[in-house]
Design a protein around this ligand. Structure first.
Ligand SMILES: [Zn+2]
Ligand SMILES: [Zn+2]
Length: 190
């Protein structure tokens, strides 16, 4: 089972906004670059959304402030735009404008939450400064990572750089793992 199976869903199996959705999408984008979801804003609107990051071999010049390292969001039959990967929320009004004011405030705000959630997780992935790894099972390891937002705990599966929030580890385990990380950082500084 991949992390994608853990996304937040409604009773019709449509993808909803939520921490699990943001983490699963960011993990998959970090590993494979593309995710396609049937998404609902929870307000009776459905959209098919293709998310793309880590585009390889961009060619030519780009306009509209778009950069090849952005998070690209394509909403089928509506439009597409590239959002810079930042540790910050994007404004619903800005999102609505970039999609030709198609959505209206309520739905645009929900799409903005999706973009904000995913890009904050992607930003964490890109900014890991140091990490230490502890084995949990034969195919899963616990990763303690130092990011500019402090220490984050992830689980990495099957040798991929797929990360999911740490679940099931005891506080004692995390404390010990953090101690390892601090020792590693201290050694590096010597
Ligand atoms: Zn940890
Ligand atoms: Zn853990």
């Amino acid at each position: 089972m991949t992390d994608l199976a853990y996304m937040d869903r409604d009773s019709w199996n449509e993808i909803l906004n939520g921490e699990r959705t943001y983490i699963a999408i960011a993990n998959e984008l970090a590993a494979n670059g593309t995710v396609f979801i049937g998404w609902t804003d929870g307000l009776h609107s459905h959209f098919d959304i293709l998310l793309t990051a880590h585009v390889t071999l961009p060619q030519g010049h780009f306009q509209r402030g778009i950069k090849p390292h952005d998070l690209f969001v394509s909403v089928m039959s509506v439009g597409a735009f590239g959002f810079e990967i930042l540790d910050a929320d994007v404004d619903g009004g800005y999102v609505d404008e970039k999609f030709g004011k198609f959505f209206g405030t309520a739905t645009a705000d929900q799409i903005a939450h999706l973009i904000s959630g995913v890009r904050r997780k992607l930003w964490d992935h890109r900014n890991i400064q140091e990490m230490t790894i502890g084995r949990l099972t034969h195919d899963t390891v616990h990763v303690c990572a130092l990011t500019p937002n402090g220490i984050k705990h992830f689980h990495r599966r099957e040798g991929h750089w797929q990360k999911f929030d740490c679940e099931g580890c005891t506080d004692k385990f995390k404390e010990d793992a953090e101690k390892d990380l601090h020792e590693k950082i201290a050694k590096k500084g010597e």
